[in-house]
Design a protein around this ligand. Structure first.
Ligand code: HEC
Length: 130
């Protein structure tokens, strides 16, 4: 009983810190962030999301196919590796949200209900560094 509570308290604290820190930084660093474009995702959070959700099927550091195409240089290339659509944020978002359930030989699952808008922004910030 006591143990479970401790665990929950710990996670609660972690979540509170994770949510409050960026808000506090934003409030104190308002001047600094005004110089940057709005709604920048966090590369660090994006990498964690990638490791959890994407690395099973995608290499981040090479273009070789794992189950899906390697995503190195994803945004540096003009076009996406499989669909050859323009390598824009909108097209990558669409791929992540909708997946490609009919792709052969392997489908990509949709992440629509699983990833929030914030997750998506973080993930894309990370993908842009590949
Ligand atoms: C179960 C395996 C699997 C997972 C997990 C997965 N993908 Fe994919 N992905 C694929 C496959 C297979 C393709 C190639 C077929 C296609 O275009 O959908 C692909 C294609 C892509 C493409 C290229 C699309 C194009 O238009 O060329 C991108 C970008 C991509 N995935 C990003 C991601 C990201 C980001 C994640 C994590 C949120 C992810 N994928 C998770 C299997 C996966």
């Amino acid at each position: 009983m006591q143990k479970t509570f401790d665990k929950r308290g710990y996670w609660g604290l972690l979540i509170a810190v994770a949510t409050l820190c960026p808000l506090m930084l934003e409030a104190t660093g308002a001047k600094k962030s005004a110089a940057r474009p709005a709604a920048q995702g966090s590369v660090k959070a994006g990498k964690a999301l990638f490791d959890q959700n994407c690395s099973l099927c995608h290499f981040p550091d090479q273009t070789k196919t794992k189950i899906g195409p390697g995503l190195k240089d994803l945004f540096k290339n003009k076009t996406l590796p499989v669909s050859h659509l323009p390598a824009t944020e909108a097209n990558v978002r669409k791929q992540i949200l909708n997946g490609n359930p009919s792709a052969k030989p392997m489908p990509m699952p949709p992440f629509k209900p699983k990833l929030s808008e914030k997750d998506l922004a973080n993930l894309i910030a990370y993908l842009k560094t590949l």
